[in-house]
Design a protein around this ligand. Structure first.
Ligand code: FES
Length: 258
């Protein structure tokens, strides 16, 4: 058992009053899941299996529900990460504003790829989807603090200041040494690059946004270079909506008839 695992019961005890205060703020216990997981991450530097177990016990929900939530958000790390997590946006608005060059510049400067940590354990690097600051693309977060309008010069200054400890963002706790990647092995289908059962057996490996287009570059090329028409809704959505609409109209007709 690692030192961190051994000291986890003491940490849990120490955080208990704070967790209880968080839980008391909500009508339903499980609504406190995100703040509680944040709290553990703040102290351990990542969301450990022990933290997930503790959260499920405190909130009377299953471990699968906690894991499902934690794995959904890029702001939670399920493996130890560097003291500074650099999450650089590769969403559409950032891509149009030069994210591809920015991402390549980061990879070159750090000497690591997506979802990897530098050997000294200082930086973890991740290319993420839209960070909801499209008006100030290209952008990124350093330990969840925003940096906007990135340029190579800005990146140099940022990395220098982080290395020198003069950047105005605190390093994350680091209770376990990070390994090279914090990627969690997925099931066979996902690890083969097949995004969903619907993607299995897609005939062309070049289909935009699917097999062979993990970074979305082919999709972006199609949008920029081809005559693409977007429908207001997908077929599935239209089916769901139209059913809901029919039900609503039927109810209204019922009410009007009485
Ligand atoms: S696409 Fe980068 S912030 Fe939205």
């Amino acid at each position: 058992m690692s030192e961190r695992e051994q000291s986890f019961p003491a940490l849990r005890e120490r955080l208990r009053p704070q967790c209880e205060r968080l839980i008391a703020q909500y009508e339903r216990k499980r609504s406190a899941l995100l703040p509680i997981v944040h709290l553990f991450q703040e102290h351990e530097g990542f969301v450990s299996p022990q933290a997930m177990e503790a959260a499920s016990e405190m909130l009377d929900c299953t471990l699968a529900e906690v894991e499902g939530t934690v794995s959904f958000y890029t702001l939670f790390y399920r493996r130890p990460v560097g003291k500074y997590v650099l999450q650089v946006c590769r969403g559409l608005a950032c891509a149009i504003n030069g994210a591809e060059e920015i991402l390549a510049y980061f990879r070159g400067k750090l000497g690591i790829g997506n979802l990897e940590t530098t050997p000294d354990g200082l930086f973890s690097y991740e290319e993420v989807e839209c960070l909801a600051s499209c008006d100030r693309a290209t952008c990124m977060q350093v330990n969840l603090e925003f940096v906007y309008s990135l340029t190579p010069q800005k990146i140099d200054e940022l990395l220098d200041a982080l290395r020198a400890g003069t950047y105005a963002v605190a390093p994350m706790a680091q209770t376990d040494a990070p390994s090279r990647t914090w990627q969690i092995a997925q099931d066979k289908q996902v690890s083969r690059g097949e995004k969903s059962p619907g993607a299995v057996g897609v005939s062309s490996p070049n289909n935009a946004g699917g097999l062979g287009d993990a970074a979305g570059v082919i999709m972006l090329d199609n949008i920029v270079n081809r005559d693409v028409t977007f429908f207001r809704e997908t077929k599935e959505r239209a089916v769901v909506d139209s059913r809901a609409l029919v039900e609503t109209l039927a109810k209204e007709a019922d009410v009007a008839g009485h």
